[in-house]
Design a protein around this ligand. Structure first.
Ligand code: ZN
Length: 224
């Protein structure tokens, strides 16, 4: 692989994912990252196996079949996800800007239900159905395009699905998961000759830093 994934979910986030305690939309981004990241696939298997063995230790003596079924179900989850892959690999690619993108397994069902693409300069966005409290969208950025500098009123998770994006903090390739909190300000952009498709999960609108508020308000609505 020419470009290795460098930005992974934290261990805490992977643990919460395995425990099933993340909100559906955050879990979606983590799950799609795991699909793209062999490193986190291994970690996820280890965490899940660890949880199962801890449950086993905690099991009452002469444990009931219910308990064993529960452990079996937890251990079986990653394998189930794997065997479901071949049929879903035929899922329709996402088309935007005369380009086609194949979605990671975890995203295929939801991505197929995307809303209308809205275009603003070189940037296009399409909403995905989301749970309460989050805004989930596909974000396409044509090559050589800058997203205006912004901070975050809430959590911003961006999973690069294809292509490359850069900001003040680094370069992000397919599989990289960027998590920005309200304290972070950044100006993501694409380079010449390289567009980018991302999954964006926001818990609050972006706040743009430069220019006139009256011009930036529509921008804020565009991204949320
Ligand atoms: Zn990873």
């Amino acid at each position: 692989m020419a470009h290795a994934i460098k930005f992974h979910p934290s261990m805490a986030l992977l643990e919460q994912f395995a425990e099933g305690t993340l909100s559906a939309d955050v879990a979606l981004a983590v799950s799609a990252h795991i699909d793209l990241c062999p490193h986190c696939q291994r970690l996820n298997r280890d965490i899940t196996a660890d949880m199962a063995s801890q449950l086993e230790k905690a099991a009452p003596t002469g444990s009931s079949t219910d308990w064993q079924d529960m452990i079996a179900a937890i251990v079986a989850q990653p394998q189930l996800a794997k065997t479901a892959q071949p049929e879903l690999a035929q899922a329709q690619p996402i088309r935007v800007n005369q380009r086609e993108f194949v979605m990671p397994r975890a995203l295929q069902r939801l991505a197929a239900e995307h809303g209308k693409w809205l275009q603003l300069g070189g940037i296009a966005t399409a909403k995905l159905p989301a749970g309460a409290g989050h805004h989930v969208s596909l974000l396409y950025i044509a090559d050589d395009t800058e997203v205006p500098q912004h901070t975050h009123l809430g959590l911003e998770m961006t999973l690069v699905l294809a292509g490359k994006i850069v900001d003040e903090n680094g370069e992000y390739v397919a599989g990289d998961l960027l998590i920005n909190s309200p304290d972070d300000t950044h100006t993501p952009r694409t380079l010449a000759g390289q567009d980018c498709l991302c999954l964006s999960v926001l818990s609050a609108p972006l706040q743009f830093k430069k220019g006139l508020t009256r011009l930036l308000n529509p921008l804020q609505q565009f991204f949320y």
